[in-house]
Design a protein around this ligand. Structure first.
Ligand code: NAD
Length: 261
């Protein structure tokens, strides 16, 4: 158990699947009480059951992170149940629709930016009042896309939202330093989660704009395969703990060096 994490309280958004679930389980295993926010309430409850079975403490809230009243109520519930808030992992996100800009429907742009960019803004905004007295740590899941990689054809909305999250994280790091709230950003490369299942692809039009990428041998230099959610979760635990106490405004890549190819 990490002494600086024990008895802390964390909110994890997108805690029902993939990276959010792995981070929630790992934080809980290190003694953190975890509030699991997800628009899929059943998935959040399943994560809570795993945490409780392992002896940890969890609470769930069915939250769409693009909806301010959902978030406000959920944070109130966290304070009612656990009495404090120390760590926020703003992670919920979608790929949305992959399409050339010319063919991307306006409402699909709005959905991706609404979930990933506005959702992160709201997740931070409504956490601050509960964190500013005691300080704490905020971690945002951005991506290699929009930061180091711009060859994800059709991912213009996603990449724009991920660049926005990084900029927001750096602005927040400065602004919230007055309250001893640290803010850092993690940019995963390809990670095996359920995100592809929820991705729409305009295959017909994408073929018109895609430039083939040719890698020398395989896509993932370090291990020859995509990362696992736990590869990101362990970085989240580090950023949540005092071991990263002098880090704020940093952007960490968890991509097995794939973006250096
Ligand atoms: N998987 C990857 O390769 C990869 C790479 C880089 C960045 N990311 C980022 O990691 C984060 C987590 O993605 P993942 O791969 O674990 O995906 P996932 O689909 O496995 O999990 C995402 C979770 O977020 C929830 N969610 C989606 N929209 C929501 C909303 N509006 N409000 C609340 N909850 C919502 C889903 O219900 C789901 O439980 C995302 O921000 C994603 O952009 C993923």
């Amino acid at each position: 158990m990490d002494a600086s994490l024990a008895h802390k309280v964390a909110v994890v958004t997108g805690a029902g699947s993939g990276i959010g679930k792995a981070a929630a389980l790992m934080l809980a295993a290190r003694g953190v009480k975890v509030a699991l926010f997800d628009m899929d309430g059943a998935a959040a409850k399943a994560t809570a059951e795993e945490i409780e079975t392992a002896g940890g403490a969890a609470v769930t809230a069915e939250v769409d992170v693009s909806n301010s009243s959902h978030l406000k109520q959920a944070y109130e519930k966290v304070i009612d149940v656990f009495g404090q808030l120390d760590i926020v992992f703003a992670n919920a996100g979608i790929n949305g629709t992959l399409s050339p800009i010319e063919h991307l429907p306006e409402e699909d742009w709005d959905q991706t930016l609404g979930t990933n960019a506005k959702g992160t803004f709201l997740t931070l905004k409504f956490a601050i009042p509960y964190m500013k007295e005691r300080g704490g740590s905020i971690i945002i899941t951005s991506s290699i896309n929009g930061n180091r990689t711009f060859s994800g054809f059709g991912m213009s909305a996603y990449s724009a939202s991920k660049a926005a999250q990084t900029a927001l994280g750096k602005m927040a790091a400065l602004e919230l330093s007055a309250y001893r709230i640290r803010v850092n950003v993690v940019c995963p490369g390809g990670i095996e989660t359920n995100i592809e299942e929820r991705t729409k692809k305009d295959e017909e039009h994408l073929a018109e704009v895609t430039i083939p990428k040719v890698f020398p041998k395989g896509q993932h230099p370090l291990k020859g395969e995509p990362g696992q959610p736990e590869d990101v979760a362990s970085i989240v635990c580090f950023l949540a703990s005092d071991a990263s106490g002098h880090m704020s405004g940093s952007v960490l890549y968890a991509d097995g060096a794939e973006t250096l190819l």
